[in-house]
Design a protein around this ligand. Structure first.
Ligand SMILES: C[S@@+](CC[C@H](N)C(=O)[O-])C[C@H]1O[C@@H](n2cnc3c(N)ncnc32)[C@H](O)[C@@H]1O
Length: 262
């Protein structure tokens, strides 16, 4: 198993060793069955001579599953409680970390765009959403700005009509929404030089694949880029590691929304 993880690291250029062994093992065994390799040694030899298969396995280990308005209650809380206050500023900086195919960043952009359309402010806030993922393949898809129907199950018909263009079985998000978002490849376990401070950082459904020490490292990295009192959001399936708890105050509204203490 270690040899296979090492092979993936060599090809992809990033370190998967922080991902929970149990998760990697499940993916590798499923892949072994899929390609009909007798054992892990046979799979190792197969992967060594088949870069496309190695890429496929690496992608499976990163799990790019996402969808628009995942956990609709979070978007409702953002719309009602958090974004109106942020949008009173002249500029708002948001980081969607581990954004996968872009659905989460575009959901946020749609929510913000709707709020800005209703605002009576004479000079509406300038909003920039920086969305990053370790997977270059996911970022390429995100930049293309399309989703398949199953990723839009939580999108109401009116929003679908207003912000998407359907072509060849794909839903393309409108340029007005795309323009809020800048995508980039970034490994959250690596330091980030020269980044601005963010008003809001969302990092959902990536932490849960990592061992606790890596979760702490990743959250500490992200926390450094939050403004004082900045908002930090994880998913409803994740929890704040005990060692990081003093950095944040948990919100009264939801256990996965925090504000920075510093
Ligand atoms: C299950 S998806 C979650 C996508 C989105 N945040 C959501 O909740 O719908 C997990 C994403 O985390 C990304 N990821 C995993 N480890 C990462 C790391 N160290 N740095 C950046 N992204 C990472 C994966 O590539 C994958 O796209």
């Amino acid at each position: 198993m270690e040899k296979i993880v090492h092979l993936m690291k060599g090809q992809a250029g990033y370190d998967l060793s922080g991902i929970k062994n149990s998760y990697i093992e499940t993916q590798v065994k499923a892949f072994q069955q899929k390609v009909g390799a007798n054992d892990l040694n046979a799979l190792f030899n197969y992967l060594k001579s088949n870069p496309a298969a190695l890429t496929q396995l690496t992608n499976a280990c990163l799990n790019n599953a996402t969808r628009y308005f995942r956990n609709p209650r979070l978007f409702e809380l953002l719309r009602q409680l958090y974004l109106p206050a942020l949008l009173k500023q002249s500029s708002v900086n948001i980081w969607v970390a581990a954004c996968s195919l872009g659905d989460e960043a575009f959901s946020l952009a749609i929510t913000i765009h709707e709020l800005l359309q209703q605002t009576l402010e004479p000079c509406p806030a300038k909003v920039h959403i920086w969305a990053t993922d370790i997977s270059a393949k996911a970022i390429d898809t995100a930049k293309a700005g399309y989703a398949i129907e199953s990723n839009l199950v939580s999108v109401g018909e009116a929003i679908k009509q207003k912000y998407f263009h359907y072509k060849d079985h794909r839903y393309y998000v409108q340029p007005a929404i795309k323009n809020y978002v800048e995508f980039a490849v970034h490994d959250l376990l690596q330091p980030l030089a020269n980044a601005p401070k963010f008003d809001l950082i969302i990092c959902r459904n990536a932490l849960l694949y990592y061992d606790i020490a890596y979760q702490q490292h990743l959250i500490t990295n992200l926390h450094q880029h939050l403004k004082p009192q900045g908002i930090f959001i994880i998913s409803e399936f994740e929890s704040m590691p005990a060692n990081c708890a003093s950095l944040f105050t948990k919100s009264a509204e939801a256990p996965y929304i925090f504000t920075s203490n510093l």
